[in-house]
Design a protein around this ligand. Sequence first.
Ligand code: FE2
Ligand code: FE2
Length: 354
Amino acid sequence: MDPQEPKITGTAAADETAKTATAERVGARLEPDGSLLLTGLSLAPVPDRVEPAGVVFRGAPRAQPGPGMPYTITQRELVWADNLQELIERAKRRQWNASTDIPWAAGRNVAPDVEDAVAVILTWMLQQEYAAWYLPAKFVAQIHPAYTEVGLFLSTQIVDEARHIEAFLKRLYLNGVGLQEVAAGTESSIKGLLMQDDFARASFLLHVLGEGTFTDLFHLLIEIAPDEATRQIMVRSLEDEARHVAYGVGRLRTHLSAQRDVAAVGQQFVEALEARLSFTYEVSGLPPYVQEALAIVAGRGRSPVALGRGVQRVRQFIDELNANRKQRLLQSGFPEPLAEHISQLHIRSSGGLM
Ligand SMILES: [Fe+2]
Ligand SMILES: [Fe+2]
C-alpha cells in the first residue's frame, strides 16, 4: 500500500465533511457594490403569528420555551409592510443634521409679521411632531422580535421626528421670536392619539392620516417659505415624512389584504376616530389660528391685499388636503364610501393634523 494512501483518504473524508457543512451553510449574498442588506441573509421566514415570549430574532434554536413577554404586536398582518427593507435602507442613507445641513444664515431678515406667523405655525407643528415621536417610541418595545425589521424602521422614524423637533426649535428661536401660545385643543387632540394602545389603529391614525396630511403641509411650506432656511427644513422633513407614510400605507395594505371583511376593519378605525373626538375641542383639520398664520406667510403680510392672496391659497390647500387624504385611503385598499367617511371623520377629530 502506498504509505501516502491513508493520508489521502483522510483528507478526502475531511473535504467531504467540509463540503456537507458548506452545503448546509448558505452564506450571505452581497450586493454588487459589496454592501450587505438584511435581505441578503438566509433568515427564517416571517411568521404569521407568534406567542408573546422570548427575546431573540426569529429562527433561533431553543430547547425550552422563552419567558413570557408583554409584547402586544404578535401578528404579521398587523405590523408588516412589503416595502420595509427599502424604507430602512433609504432612511439610513438620507439622515441629515439639523445643526449643519440647514443654511441657517439664510433664515435672517424675514419681515416681522411674516416671522411671527412662521412662529405660530412652527409652534403648532412642533406639538404634532411630539405625537409622531412618542407614539412609535411607545410601541417599539411591544413588537415581538420576530418582526425586528419593523422595529428597525420605527427606530429610524424616532430619530427623524427628534430631528424635526430640533430643527423646528432652532428655526423658532433663530430670529429671537420663539414659541407662541399653546392652544388647549391641540394638546387634547395629541393626547387622544398618544393614549391609543392598539398598534394597528395608532399606525393608521398617525402614519396614514396624520403624517399623510403633514406631507401635504410640507409641500405647501416649501412653496410659501419666506426664507431658504425654512424652505430647506421643509424639503428635508418632507422626505422623512414620506417614508413614514409609505410604511403606514404599506402596513395598511398588508392588514387589509389579509381581511375577508375590509369594512369590519374600517369600522374599527372609524371607532378609533370617533373616540378621539372626545379628546378634541376643535372641529377643523387645521385650527383657524394656524390657517390664518399660513395665510399671512402665503400672502407675505397682514395688509388686506396680502392677506386676501394668502387666504385664497390656504382655502385651495384645504381642498387639496381633503382630496389627497381620500386618495391615500383608496390606495390602501378601502372602498370609496368608507374612504369618504373616514376622511370626513378625520377632519372632525383631528383638531390638529395628527
Ligand atoms: Fe416629523
Ligand atoms: Fe413623521
